[in-house]
Ligand binder design. Sequence first.
Ligand code: ATP
Ligand code: MG
Ligand code: FE
Length: 346
Amino acid sequence: VLVLGIESSCDETAAALVEAGADGHRRILAQIIASQEAEHAPYGGVVPEIAARAHAERLTPIIDKVLREAGKSLDDCDAIAATAGPGLIGGVMVGLVTAKALAMASDRPLLAINHLEGHALSPRLADPALEFPYALLLVSGGHCQILRVDGVGRYRRCATTIDDALGEAFDKTAKILGLGYPGGPAVEKLAATGDPFAVPLPRPLVGSGEPHFSFAGLKSAVMRAAESGAYAAEDIAASFQQAAVECLVDRLKIALADMGEVSALVVAGGVAANRTIRAALEQLASAHGLSFTAPPLMLCTDNAAMIAWAGIERLALGIGGDPLDISARPRWPLDPQAEPVRGAGV
Ligand code: ATP
Ligand code: MG
Ligand code: FE
C-alpha cells in the first residue's frame, strides 16, 4: 500500500508518501516539512491567520514535489490521508480541502486522520516490532497525556494536564529566557550547559495519587527565578528541564501501576525530541521491565509521514474512507469517553 499524507494543523506544512508491504516493511518514500518558524518568530508564537495563509500557499507545490521525488503519481496511491483535527482550524481546513480535492480527482479514498492519532501511532512506523498494547506518553505543544493504546482507534486516557501542556511550558520558558520561538530545542541546548539543581523549582502534583500533570506553577516559578536576577539563564533552563523530567517520571509511575499489563513504554509528540527526557524514560521503562520506543527526532515533531502511517494502519484493518463532506475539527479528543479534568483542554 502507498498512502499520501498531508499535515497542516499548526505551523508545519508537510506532505509525505509512505509505503507498507504485506511482509511488514514500512518505508517513507519521500517527505517534506516546511516550517513557518520565520513567519511566526516576530510574534513569539503561532499566529493562526498567518499560518492558514502560508499553508494555502505552500501545500500544493510541496505535494507535487513529494510525488516527483518518489517518482510516483496520485494514481499510484491507495488513499489520501490528511489531518482533520485537532489544531488551528484554518490550517486544518486547507489540508483537508486539498486532500478532498485530490481524493476526488484520483478517485481514491479520503482518510481524515486525528493528528494525535498520528503522533500516537508514529512509533510503529519507526519500529515494526512495537505491538499493542503499549503505554504512551504524548507530550507536544498542545497536549500532555498518558494513554493506554490497545489498538488503532482504541485509546484509553489515563492522565492529562490540568493546565498547560509541557511543550507550552518549554516555549514559555524559552520566551522568559529570551531564547525566542520555537522554544523546546533552544531550552534543551542551553540546559546542557547548566546545573539542573541550581534553581529551586516546584514539581507540581508529584506525589499525588492521580497521574495528572500541571505545569502552570512551574512556569510561574521560572518567571520569578528569572526576574530575581539571582540565577544564570543556563541554570534556570537546566533546572526547569530537570523539574519537568521528574514530573513526567513520577506521573508515569502512578499511571503504569494503574493501567494493566503493557509491553512497552512509548513517547511521542514534539517534546519527545528532548534527549534528557528520552533518557529518563528509557531508564524508567527498564526499571519496569518494559521495552522503550521513541520515534526518531524527525517523526516526533509535526510531520506528514505519521499521518500517512495512521492511514495505512486504518487501511490494514479494513477501515475504509471517510465521506468527502467530513468537517475539520478544532478539538478532537483521542479518547472521547475521557472526563475533562477540572476544565482542562482535551
Ligand atoms: P499538538 O500536537 O498537541 O497539536 P503541536 O503540533 O504544536 O501540538 P508538536 O509539533 O508535536 O506540537 O510539538 C511542538 C512542541 O514540542 C513545541 O512546544 C516545542 O517547544 C516542543 N519541542 C520540540 N523539540 C523539543 C525539545 N528538543 N525539547 C523540548 N521540547 C521540544
Ligand atoms: Mg511546529
Ligand atoms: Fe503535533
